[in-house]
Design a protein around this ligand. Structure first.
Ligand code: PRP
Length: 209
């Protein structure tokens, strides 16, 4: 049988996952010396591929990867038909509504415009408040939108809050906490249940150490 294939989100979540695998005693040397390879063996029974967050979900949903490590932010935005097996605890940050210090979008009449890289998260959040808002999708540097007058506020990821502070913006409302999650293809969990559960148990044990 082929090794369990895991897609890791490139960057920080990749590094945190590799660190976890290493505390579990798995050999991750291929991931420290990548070269031009696309598949990286981890121990004897795991194979890692690296991808952007949204692609991790696509690979797992389509069953070409059995498992994936991806942020809850991407899961919330893309929706998913797969299992979320474990909260890995790292990659912690939050979704928040932010605006200029002197802007109050929650107690004002008239239309409100929100810029975000996460239009689905934004729509659901404001729907839950019964607020009808215009949403503008932005691809990056979302903090710019309220400063140039494109939007009244933003929904974005806040980690330290430094980016907001340095740009005269502040959190007005928390939307949801975010952290890295281990996700699993639905068919894989049926077909390779024992192996996957073994791996999940081992990961969980080492996370709690
Ligand atoms: C995120 C987010 C903020 C920043 C917040 O961007 O969009 O810009 O991090 O972090 P802070 O609260 O610690 O300042 P990211 O670095 O992920 O890049 P992006 O702008 O391309 O999304």
């Amino acid at each position: 049988m082929r090794p369990l294939r895991i897609a890791l989100t490139k960057g920080r979540l990749e590094k945190d996952t590799v660190a976890l695998f290493e505390t579990m005693g798995l050999d991750c040397s291929a991931l420290h010396d990548k070269g031009r390879r696309l598949f990286f063996p981890v121990g004897d029974s795991i194979e890692v591929v690296l991808a952007k967050a949204a692609d991790v979900i696509t690979y797992v949903e389509n069953g070409v990867c059995d498992l994936g490590v991806v942020g809850k932010d991407t899961i919330m935005e893309m929706g998913m038909s797969m299992y979320e097996l474990l909260d890995l605890g790292f990659g912690r940050c939050r979704f928040a509504v932010a605006a200029k210090n002197d802007t109050d979008i929650f107690s004002r009449y008239g239309s409100v415009t929100i810029a975000s890289k996460y239009p689905n998260v934004t729509r659901r959040f404001f729907e839950s408040l019964g607020m009808d808002v215009n949403i503008i999708k932005i691809e990056g540097s979302v903090e710019l939108a309220p400063l140039v007058g494109l939007a009244d506020a933003i929904v974005d990821i806040v980690e330290t809050g430094l980016t907001l502070k340095e740009n005269g913006l502040e959190v007005k409302r928390d939307v949801a906490p975010i952290s890295a999650r281990l996700i699993c293809n639905i068919a894989s969990l049926k077909l390779r249940q024992e192996e996957i559960e073994g791996l999940v148990d081992a990961m969980e044990r080492h996370l709690n150490q």
